[in-house]
Design a protein around this ligand. Structure first.
Ligand code: SF4
Length: 351
């Protein structure tokens, strides 16, 4: 069985030719997949019955990602879904919307790339869950399309995409990149490459490979600490890769792609949020040109707490005084288990 949502447009062309159908049928098929979101091949009525039958006979199918749970934050801007895949696996997908004045909102979908995660970050609910399996490209695409169809009913559309949900995207490199190609191809979903960010905890060899892909996507590296000793406590799988290695990876990614890397820093009360650590981070990054995203953590089962607001702004001030670009990104919707892995953990207890 092959899910049509994993077939790249150039492969669709070959498939249509092999079925002795005219070339325009390929465009028709792609248009239906990415604009009408059909649930099965038999509902694609614009295709001739002969072609629909040939697709089914050849083992093509359309997989399912069914919504089993939805929570919306009080301000209505964050929606978190629990989706059930064909094999019964549950994954999380989040929509975050930002509306400026009365204009159309920026609608960012945050997708998962794995079920669970083997990186084991100590402050992360997904990391504590362990690793089950990699998602396939079509299962990543399905998460985006699910929200695309929800948004279309409101006359809105997906504007941005971040690979920051459950899992380490670069540990599932091939399927992640295939999903990026499907979602950015103008004949498929057609999202601009510059509207996509992949977030990694630092799979070094894959960062280099990504830089060579000739893609204009953004990269975010989760740093979380200015020194190796503290980082290994938070990211136990950091292994032989030092903080220095990560900083040089940001430079070489920028050199090859022209795109600046964002450094993500989860701020955890009493762990990595002191003024001394802020000063150490400032020294490490001074003159580097990197942008730091400070993310006060949502409380998780690991017992980690978000710092008080005064401590967060002090950390930010110290970085800014050293001319390190930074912003504080408060993860929205802690009341809806917005941190990665939390909804699945919380909901699975009741399913
Ligand atoms: S923070 Fe990301 S990389 Fe770390 S365990 Fe959680 S999902 Fe995996």
């Amino acid at each position: 069985m092959t899910d049509l949502y994993r077939v790249l447009p150039e492969e669709v062309d070959k498939l249509v030719t092999s079925m002795e159908q005219p070339r325009y049928r390929a465009d028709q098929l792609l248009h239906m997949l990415y604009n009408e979101f059909p649930k099965d091949i038999s509902s694609m009525r614009q295709l001739p019955a002969e072609m629909r039958n040939a697709l089914s006979t050849a083992g093509y199918t359309i997989g399912s990602a069914d919504e089993v749970h939805r929570v919306v934050s009080e301000d209505g801007q964050t929606t978190k879904l629990l989706l059930k895949l064909g094999d019964g696996t549950l994954i999380e997908t989040v929509l975050m919307q930002y509306r400026k004045n009365k204009g159309r909102p920026r609608s960012t979908v945050c997708v998962s790339t794995q079920v669970g995660c083997q990186m084991g970050c100590t402050f992360c609910a997904t990391g504590q869950m362990g690793f089950e399996r990699n998602l396939k490209a079509e299962e990543i695409v399905a998460q985006v399309l699910h929200f695309a169809s929800v948004l279309r009913e409101r006359g809105e559309h997906v504007t941005n995409l971040v690979f920051m949900g459950m899992g380490e995207p670069l540990a599932n490199y091939t399927e992640t990149i295939r999903a990026v190609k499907l979602l950015t191809n103008a004949r498929a979903f057609g999202l601009g490459q510059r509207h996509i960010t992949i977030s990694t905890v630092g799979v070094m060899k894959e960062i280099d490979r990504l830089a060579d892909e000739d893609l204009q996507i953004g990269l975010a590296i989760s740093l979380h600490a200015p020194n190796d000793e503290l980082r290994r406590k938070l990211v136990p799988t950091a292994g032989p890769h030092s903080v220095g290695d990560l900083i040089s990876a940001t430079r070489s990614y920028f050199k090859k792609t022209g795109r600046r890397v964002t450094l993500e820093y989860a701020l955890i009360n009493g762990v990595n949020d002191s003024p001394e650590i802020a000063a150490e981070l400032a020294t490490l990054l001074k003159g580097n040109g990197a942008h730091v995203n400070l993310i006060p953590v949502n409380p998780t089962a690991g017992g980690f707490q978000r710092p008080r607001w005064k401590r967060i702004t002090e950390f930010e001030r110290i970085l800014r005084e050293s001319d390190v670009n930074c912003t504080v990104r408060v993860e929205k919707g802690s009341e809806i288990s917005a941190a990665c892995g939390q909804l699945r953990t919380d909901t699975a207890k009741n399913l």
